[in-house]
Design a protein around this ligand. Structure first.
Ligand SMILES: [Zn+2]
Length: 538
């Protein structure tokens, strides 16, 4: 009896000890509490006041929370707390291994980027992913498979349709990239060699991503007079394969079609009524940016760069190329001086051109700023290795009207920037704060909650980024916290290398990466692999 009494006593002691241990671990159940912020959950609902608790990489509680329960507390009184921004249209695949801190994205409040857009991606993807897993990255990264990359790999710069063998090989490579973890297939149909492809080729190639739930993202063939046909082609590719379609950087890019929004909404909304998932992404500026190669006729590059130079040496072919450039780039339906609207962003051979428009460059060279001279200049630049340009070719009213469409998401079309290099498009630094400062706060084009929805839950839903894009218990703790009166882009076309202001915190997978507008250098980002990723490779 006495023995039993002692046993009971000891058991009680052990029990107390365990209870006590649990109590002490219960004292710090949270790693971080964000206290007193205005929470915009990403679904479009008006903000509400709540504290958010984070444990590890997840949101574990939302409500009135006792701050003594967390290791760290962020006072978010008067600040907006939103899901981290998701940028579906980037070219970050090019720079992220060099600059894995992705400063120009984190400092816009972006926590996830999708690379591999417009038909180009680093091949093979498994190598890039492996490298990034080793170095670490500051934000989450997903990647598409670029059609141009695959076609170049198999067919070089051939203009004709693929043979059955070439088609089979391209599909095999796409399958390989999906198994490496890509999230879909992208085209850049204004670029080489994608410009040589037919709709049938695209339908067939996109069929290789359908079994893995990949999407089709397209920089369509024409963003001017033939934009409707170009959108319909993209829809066909998605519809015939039963996959979502994302039309990249949507715009009315020629002044002959300005104001004609129905050229876009008609085909998109008809497709949505038929049950095709069609979405748009847009950067909030009136200027585009791309290589000057897209100003040339596609046949000029058939067979590669050497062939291009041979054609330029033939006066008849030179004139044909020149006429094409004048019609495509230098003529305005509204009497605008196009020479003043085209700027050089980067030019390796002629860095003195950077930041200047064609008119200024011609004047600098002591030439008359005529359309003829400008076409010769564009050809000379391309012959000497090419350049990245900035082209003012949109109307602000169209930018605003498109922005209101419920199936449109905000995106940068930018890449990772080395601060100070060249004069790149300011979208690389300013896209997301610009939407909030200019289009929400100043121009009232969108409610703040609607703009946040287009930056968070809408892209997450389209890409099936499970666990991201919303603030809710159980979701990953990707959060952006900003001052609603001060959050603003500072990057301009003349001085693009400027970070935004009013950004207080950016949290990626539970770790603070931006604190009071400064990057902490932390790398908690993850590769967001598509569902095709095979176990053996993980
Ligand atoms: Zn593009």
């Amino acid at each position: 009896m006495k023995k039993l009494g002692i046993t009971v006593f000891f058991l009680a002691l052990v029990g107390l000890a365990i209870f006590g241990l649990q109590c002490s671990s219960r004292e710090m159940p949270y790693d971080l509490i964000i206290k007193g912020g205005h929470v915009i959950n990403g679904a479009g609902n008006p903000w509400f006041k709540a504290d958010i608790a984070i444990k590890g990489d997840k949101i574990v509680a939302i409500g009135r929370l006792d701050e003594s329960l967390a290791k760290k507390v962020i006072n978010a009184e008067g600040l907006m707390v939103t899901p981290g921004f998701i940028d579906v249209h980037t070219h970050c695949d090019r720079g992220i291994s060099r600059i894995p801190t992705a400063d120009n994205y984190l400092l816009q409040g972006v926590t996830t980027v999708v690379g591999g857009n417009c038909g180009g991606h680093p091949f093979p993807l498994a190598e890039l992913f492996k490298k990034l897993e080793e170095t670490g990255i500051s934000l989450n990264f997903a990647c598409l498979i670029g059609h141009n990359t695959i076609r170049r790999q198999v067919m070089g710069y051939k203009m004709e349709a693929p043979t059955p063998e070439e088609m089979a090989e391209m599909k095999r490579l796409i399958d390989q990239e999906m198994k490496a973890g890509a999230v879909g297939f992208s085209t850049g149909l204004a670029y080489l060699p994608g410009i040589y492809s037919t709709t049938e080729e695209l339908v067939e190639l996109a069929s290789a991503v359908a079994p893995y739930g990949g999407i089709y993202a397209s920089h369509i063939r024409d963003q001017g007079d033939k934009i409707t046909e170009a959108i319909e082609e993209a829809i066909t590719v998605g519809e015939r394969n039963g996959i979502p379609v994302l039309i990249s950087h949507i715009k009315l890019a020629k002044d002959s079609v300005w104001g004609e929004l129905e050229r876009i909404t008609r085909p998109v909304e008809a497709a949505r009524r038929r049950g095709v998932e069609v979405f748009l992404d847009q950067y909030p500026y009136t200027a585009t940016s791309s290589g000057f190669t897209s100003s040339f006729p596609s046949w000029a590059f058939e067979g590669g760069r050497d062939k291009f130079k041979e054609r330029l040496a033939d006066p008849t072919q030179y004139q044909k190329i020149k006429d094409f450039i004048i019609a495509r780039r230098l003529t305005s339906a509204r009497g605008r001086d196009k020479l003043e609207t085209i700027y050089i962003a980067y030019c390796k051979k002629f860095p003195q051109y950077e930041g200047k428009n064609l008119k200024q460059i011609l004047q600098l060279k002591g030439q008359k700023p005529t359309i003829e001279a400008a076409a010769d200049l564009i050809i000379d630049i391309e012959k000497n290795g090419g350049a990245q340009g900035v082209f003012f070719q949109m109307d602000e009213k169209d930018v605003e009207a498109l922005m209101r469409l419920p199936y449109l998401m905000h995106a940068s079309d930018g890449g990772i920037q080395q601060r100070g290099r060249g004069v790149p498009h300011p979208r690389n630094y300013g896209t997301f704060p610009r939407v909030i400062a200019r289009y929400v706060r100043e121009k009232h084009i969108l409610r703040l909650e609607e703009a946040i929805r287009k930056m968070t839950s809408l892209p997450a839903q389209m890409y099936r980024l499970t666990g991201r894009g919303l603030i809710a218990v159980g979701m990953y703790a990707d959060l952006t916290i900003f001052d609603p009166e001060k959050f603003e882009d500072k990057a301009t076309f003349a001085q693009p290398h400027q970070y935004s202001q009013g950004l207080e915190y950016v949290i990626v997978n539970g770790t603070v990466v931006v604190e009071h507008n400064r990057h902490t250098g932390k790398k908690p980002g993850r590769i967001l692999y598509g569902p095709g990723k095979t176990k053996e490779e993980s």
